[in-house]
Write a protein that binds this ligand. Structure first.
Ligand code: FMN
Length: 190
């Protein structure tokens, strides 16, 4: 039997009742049978200090190990001031260093996000996609999952109740697994 595709998901919010954490939990329950989705919480990752990049804090080391063990990455990002939240960028900066030891190198990645506003994190997602260029990641282009007015789509227990959102997230996961399998086949050819 083939090994399951392992996806590591993280949300760019530390908030206990974060909507972006909530959609990530929903994604974990929608993942196809041939895959697993494990969630890493960015809580405890300190501000990046380049003096420490060669011997980073334990939490960063742990994050890098989990990223390397994963076949693919799923990021759920809020939008802060039309861009990526500092906690998310900070965490990406840590795991991309030191130069030549970028844990995200060559990983397939999918993005989603939820906002209480009208554009559902679109601007933050495009800024995040810009980082993937230097990180040399392989982003999934479609579907784009931008969940606007998320407070109307999640119940008081943090469960996603909107069928269209759930359907779109399921499509994203299936596409990410297909994309990951495609890239794996390609790298076997090389
Ligand atoms: C510092 C800050 C900046 C924000 N900027 C934006 C923004 O530019 N666009 C937007 O749609 N929402 C913005 N919001 C609202 C967030 O979408 C909302 O707080 C969201 O719930 C954050 O994600 P979370 O629930 O996963 O923590 C901002 C919130 C904060 C705290």
């Amino acid at each position: 039997m083939n090994k399951k595709i392992s996806v590591l998901g993280f949300a760019g919010s530390l908030r206990k009742d974060s909507y972006n954490k909530a959609i990530l939990r929903a994604a974990a329950s929608l993942v196809p049978d041939d895959a697993d989705l494990n969630i890493f919480d960015l809580e405890g990752i300190p501000p990046f200090n380049q003096d420490l990049e060669k011997e980073p804090p334990e939490r960063v080391k742990d994050f890098k190990v989990k990223i390397r063990a994963a076949d693919a990455i799923l990021i759920s990002t809020p939008e802060y001031n039309y861009s990526i939240p500092g906690v998310l960028k900070n965490s990406i900066d840590w795991v991309s260093r030191p130069y030549g030891d970028n844990a995200l190198e060559g990983k397939p990645v999918a993005v989603m996000g939820a906002s209480i506003g009208m554009l559902g994190t679109a601007r933050a997602q495009y800024h995040l996609r810009q980082c993937f260029v230097f990180l040399n990641m392989y982003p999934l282009n479609s579907p784009e999952v931008m969940v606007p007015f998320v407070h109307e789509k999640i119940d008081k227990d943090g469960k996603v109740t909107d069928p269209k959102t759930l359907e779109l997230m399921k499509k994203l996961l299936v596409s990410l697994i297909d994309w990951t399998l495609f890239l794996k086949t390609r790298s076997e050819i090389k």
